[in-house]
Design a protein. Structure first.
Length: 300
């Protein structure tokens, strides 16, 4: 027996004043409504309705049961409406994970526009440079800058790509000379980013399309591009960095490109989120907003 359907049938019979009207409202036959009520009474071991050929009346037990079941059905209907409203418009809490440099220097710049578009959302942004488990750590969506994604059950949507480059302070290059080709980096203090495979193996594509690889060395490595930027600004050495981290420094001349004719493979920006048959509106809205933003304005 479908108890919920039987409760709805009982409510319709009482509120509409008869089995025929209840059956029409529910879109079932008169006999189906009658059968549901009888099955409900059998399950409860109590008579809910006194029936005659023309009318019915609630028993004392039926009146109590009807009153209680009406509140249950009202609560269920309200829950259905709440979920429907939630699915219709982004609302509630949206928990985002992002790399430290991207989250603080890039995402923080456009996140207020997203929140202004969806004021019913409460955003919880967590920035760090470790790979989090979205499910175990309770994140709705994560942003990743990477060249390769590991195998995963997560959905990955590519949003754009970020240029990677070598930079140094003019004062450092004045003291040590500017490299003219990748092999010259062997004589320099190279600052490495450790959140990639083989961080000391720097690979380039030359102006003629030829591939170059140099195993560099240096006295600083870090898992965040922010630290490497600060070290490069301080004249410590040549840093590999995403261009969005240093574009203002380049514009001001506080950092300059190194080996600009030798290209480094860019890193792609992905939005990752769990597989779900019904993607929540808040995640869809965030990912679509980011995709639209970078499609319209580009990056770098």
């Amino acid at each position: 027996m479908d108890q919920l359907a039987a409760l709805r049938a009982l409510r319709r019979v009482v509120e509409l004043g008869g089995f025929t009207a209840a059956a029409e409202a529910l879109g079932v036959s008169h006999s189906a409504v009658s059968r549901q009520i009888r099955q409900l009474e059998t399950r409860l071991g109590a008579q809910l309705l006194n029936r005659t050929t023309r009318r019915f009346a609630l028993t004392a037990a039926g009146a109590d049961y009807y009153a209680a079941s009406r509140h249950i059905l009202d609560a269920l209907d309200e829950a259905d409406r709440a979920v429907g409203a939630h699915q219709a418009r982004p609302s509630g809490s949206l928990r985002i994970n992002a790399p430290m440099a991207f989250g603080t220097l890039e995402l923080a710049g456009w996140l207020p526009q997203f929140i202004a578009r969806y004021p019913e959302l409460r955003v919880d942004l967590v920035c760090n440079d470790r790979i989090v488990d979205l499910i175990d750590d309770g994140f709705d969506v994560a942003l990743r800058l990477t060249r390769e994604l590991p195998d995963s059950t997560l959905i990955a949507r590519r949003l754009t790509s970020s240029r990677v480059m070598l930079v140094a302070a003019p004062a450092y290059l004045e003291r040590h000379g500017a490299p003219q080709q990748p092999a010259d980096l062997l004589r320099h203090n190279c600052l490495t980013y450790t959140q990639v495979d083989k961080p000391r193996d720097w690979r380039f594509t030359g102006p003629d399309g030829a591939a170059h690889q140099v195993s560099v060395s240096g006295n600083l490595q870090a898992n965040t591009g922010i630290a490497l930027r600060a070290a490069a600004l301080g004249g410590l050495g040549i840093a590999t960095t995403a261009s969005f981290i240093v574009h203002q420094d380049l514009r001001r001349g506080e950092l300059v490109p190194v080996l600009p004719d030798y290209l480094i493979r860019p890193r792609d920006l992905y939005a990752l989120y769990p597989q779900n048959r019904h993607l929540s509106p808040k995640v869809r809205a965030f990912v679509d907003f980011a995709a639209e933003l970078y499609r319209e304005r580009g990056w770098d």
